[in-house]
Design a protein around this ligand. Sequence first.
Ligand code: CMX
Ligand code: CO
Length: 158
Amino acid sequence: MGITARRPGEQDDVTQSDESAQTTPLLTEIDHIAIAVPDLGDAIDYYRETFGAVVDHREVVESDGVEEALLKVAESYVQLLTPTRPDSTVAKWLEKRGGPGIHHVGYRVADCGVALESVKRQGFRVLDEEPRPGSRGTTVAFIHPKDALGTLIELVEE
Ligand code: CMX
Ligand code: CO
C-alpha cells in the first residue's frame, strides 16, 4: 500500500486518494455469491423448494477441488460449492467454520489481467499471480481475504 501523496497546499482530507489508487471502476457487476455447503444436493433442494430457484449450470472444477451448481438470479448467480476431496480449500473452510456459509464474492471485470495487475500494483496480496481458467469458460483470479476486508474476492472475466 502506498503512502498518501499530497501536493503542496492541499488540505489534509480523508477523501484524498493515494496516487497508486485505481480511479476508474474495475468491477462491472456482481457475478456470483459463493456459498460453501457440505451437501450440494441438499443445498440445491433448499433453494428450489424455498425460492423456486433452478440450476443453470453444474461443473466440477478439479483444480480447485470443488463441484459447483450455479443458480441464476437476474444477471448474477448463486454459486453453491462443495468440496470434491478432503484436501480442497473449501473442505478445510467448512471444517473450520463448522457448517455452510458465504465463502467468497465473484465480481465481473472487463479484463481480468488488467484488474489483477491493478490490485497487485497497489500492494495487495493475490492468490493467483496470473489469470487462470474458472468454470463456465471464464477467466478468473482470487484476491487474498486478509487484504480485502476479510472477504475472499474472485475477479471474473466472462
Ligand atoms: N473468506 C474469508 N477469510 C478466509 C477464507 C474465506 N473464504 N478462507 C480463509 N480465510 C481466512 C482464515 O479464516 C484465516 O484467517 P486467520 O488467520 O485469522 O484464522 C486465513 O484466511 C488463512 O486461512 P487458512 O484456513 O489457513 O486457509 P488457507 O490459507 O489454506 O486458504 C485461501 C485460504 C483464501 C488462501 C484459499 O482458500 C484460496 O487460495 N482460495 C482461492 C481459490 C478458491 O477459493 N477456490 C474455490 C472456489 C472456486 C470457484 O469459485 O470457482
Ligand atoms: Co466462485
